[in-house]
Design a protein around this ligand. Sequence first.
Ligand code: KG4
Ligand code: ZN
Length: 344
Amino acid sequence: VSGPLVLGIETSCDETGIGIVRGRELLSNTIASSMDEQARYGGVVPEIAARAHLEALQPSIEAALAEASVSLAELDAVAVTSGPGLAGALMVGVGAAKALAVSLGKPLYAVNHLVGHIAADILTEDADRLEYPTVAILVSGGHTSLLLVRDLTSDVELLGETVDDAAGEAFDKVARVLGLPYPGGPEIDRAAAQGDPLAIRFPRGLSRASDMAEHRYDFSFSGLKTAVARWVEQREDAGEPVPVADVAASFREAVVDVLVTKALDACARHGVPRLLLGGGVIANRRLRDVALERAEAAGVTVRIPPLSLCTDNGAMIAALAAELISAGRQPSTLAFGADSTLPV
Ligand code: KG4
Ligand code: ZN
């Protein structure tokens, strides 16, 4: 395996990710998270995330270089997430990447975080089987996006995204309603295993938007979250016990149903028999199972990178830059800045 040696920096949310790749080969992928600190507040506090990135960056870069057994001087390029994400958090990574690239005299590639998630797939062992076009659904605490990827380096189209909460955020908020700790996704997943997914019929947000071409692939989870909160409240007001496992299972089913339905609808409408899953919520067993089961019935092949590449990380950022370099793309000029709403 050969290709450009790239160090990638990811600081768009609460993970400080440093990854090093040589072309499509993964050399290191270190992740420092301020999750423990954020947990005290029940969610990501932007200022805490930015400060944690500042503290974690240098030791993380050193650790990644050591793990990959490469020196800064050997790098062919530096890559960084310039957006979308939390403005202050992004700024720390962008500043560090510029300083590193300028001081080393290396080219710098500013890349899009969402496209980076898609690039994670090329670092998987069977990357040779990667084919385009593919539909990709990215589900995390910060985003819920459905994309059509015709070419990773030049043609990625956003089909739709959440109009309010991200799916992971909905898991975190519903967990709080149920008295479960942050981050709520894994807690709900665990509680749901003992529950009945058909116990309560919670709303599937924007599922009827499928009639409107414009918003067919948008998602909404705040109505679902409110519906769960109201259901639980009514139980409590009536002095009845809350069946936590059933609520968790029914809520999880509603989220999974809408994610998988829209993703497979996009595959069908665009005639694309491939679906890539990404983002931290992919850790959800039920989501993986339902996606695999329904995709098989629809003749769609599903790709799920290992979780360490699905959650926010620097390796996917480095991998995307390596692809851009291999495709002959010029590096970014230093004029770019952090852009919290950067489009794909
Ligand atoms: O990609 P990720 O690690 O980073 C951020 O978006 O910051 O995703 C974290 C999100 C959190 O909202 C967490 O509750 C959710 O992913 N999550 C899950 C599961 N594991 C993590 N959601 C549902 N089921 C899970 N098993
Ligand atoms: Zn992400």
